[in-house]
Design a protein around this ligand. Sequence first.
Ligand SMILES: O=P(O)(O)O[C@H]1O[C@H](CO)[C@@H](O)[C@H]1O
Ligand SMILES: O=c1cc[nH]c(=O)[nH]1
Length: 236
Amino acid sequence: MPTPHIAAPDGAFAPDILLPGDPRRATRIAETFLDDAELVTEVRGILGYTGTYQGRPMSVMATGMGMPSATIYTTELVRNYGVKRLVRVGTVGGIHMDLQLGDVVAASSAHTDSEMTARRLPGVHYSHAPSFSLLRAAADYADEAGAPLRVGPVLTSDAFYQPDETLVPRLAAYGTLAVEMEAAGLYAVAAAEGVEALMVGTVSDHVVKGEFLEADEREKTFAAMVSVALGALTRA
Ligand SMILES: O=P(O)(O)O[C@H]1O[C@H](CO)[C@@H](O)[C@H]1O
Ligand SMILES: O=c1cc[nH]c(=O)[nH]1
């Protein structure tokens, strides 16, 4: 049944889905990695496709930017379309000084400055964590493929332009790898709904070094990250 934000028939999505923020990245992933991909929803320009990857059903759909948007789509995908394993394929801003533009990270946890999970669990400082099975499979795939993968905590922020300039340095001091805007929301939805999730990201800019990829480069450098995401889904 269509939902308020997804106009697709029952069964339109595979149990496994890749989730970029950007609808154009969803199209590029469908065209580049999936066989027989068909557009199944385009409400508000949030494009979703289903096809196959190595013979198994696979979907890809954009989430838009930020936790409010991402939690709407992921909740509807799980509750209304039976999606079971969700892997975000995002861009992230590097915080850790070892990270270079184009590096791939996997979030073993997600700190957040958002109130969204606090409202689910008042009085608890909730630990946003991925599916261990998906995280292990991502690390195993990267090892076998010789694809560098940095695993560690990220910050999921409500803000792209940080109003508090001390936040990133303070989290860097605690070993945080990178900042993005959806992982904590995805991990909370997965935990609440009893499904599995993982966030994999490409370093599109470095917030401490002041470096960034141009928009067209940002669109092109997602192949390594998507390979890790698909490697995790096919191994776990
Ligand atoms: O490139 P995506 O997947 O959208 O991810 C990152 O990029 C957006 C900000 O530019 C936020 O959604 C952030 O999480
Ligand atoms: O949220 C994000 C995503 C990419 N780069 C950033 O600096 N922030």
